[in-house]
Design a protein around this ligand. Structure first.
Ligand SMILES: [Fe+2]
Ligand SMILES: [Fe+2]
Length: 190
């Protein structure tokens, strides 16, 4: 099993206080959501805890990590930059803590989700957005929805984001678009 205290020590070293506290809050929300829906709450806690483990690397460090772990070089492009820390983080914890595949997917895709995502990816991505330290328009509705339907809550988050981007005349990333489509289809089938 995972040594949560050791992981916390490692995180404290790797992250600023701000992001360390964000990680703790995200882990708490992920645990609550998992408990609510009858999933493994320890797994949700520990996965959410490390989701941003690679968030504070410099561009240079990112480059090194992408080479070291033979990740997709496309993660270095401006368009994909915000996804890099998820994939690097997943590679890092695989090596460091031997996390299972399901957990690695959740860390890799926590920024925008993916199609056919597992429950853990949905929970970690959602917890990251609604943890109590966050405050933006629509968040109360997201927090309420989170305990009604994981898919609907995450879809709501992503669509809010899409609206905000549209207002700023910016395009939504194809990865986010794919997740929105997947969630819509999943909800339709339910
Ligand atoms: Fe992140
Ligand atoms: Fe985060």
């Amino acid at each position: 099993m995972w040594d949560v205290e050791k992981i916390k020590e490692d995180l404290k070293e790797a992250l600023s206080e701000y992001r360390y506290l964000h990680s703790l809050r995200t882990a708490e929300v992920a645990k609550d959501l998992a408990e609510h829906y009858g999933y493994d709450s320890k797994k949700a806690y520990v996965t959410a805890l490390v989701h941003d483990i690679a968030k504070e690397y410099s561009e240079e460090e990112n480059q090194k990590m992408i080479q070291k772990y033979q990740l997709d070089e496309a993660l270095l492009t401006e368009e994909n930059q915000k996804f890099a820390h998820g994939f690097i983080g997943a590679a890092l914890v695989k090596e460091k803590y031997h996390f299972e595949e399901e957990m690695l997917e959740a860390i890799a895709y926590h920024t925008a989700g993916k199609k056919d995502m597992n429950w853990l990816t949905n929970i970690v991505a959602l917890a990251d957005k609604i943890e109590p330290g966050k405050d933006y328009e629509g968040i109360e509705q997201e927090r309420k929805l989170a305990f009604e339907s994981l898919e609907e809550a995450f879809l709501y988050c992503l669509e809010m984001k899409q609206k905000k981007l549209e207002k700023r005349k910016k395009l939504i990333h194809p990865q986010t678009k794919e997740t929105i489509y997947f969630l819509k289809m999943t909800i339709k089938k339910q």
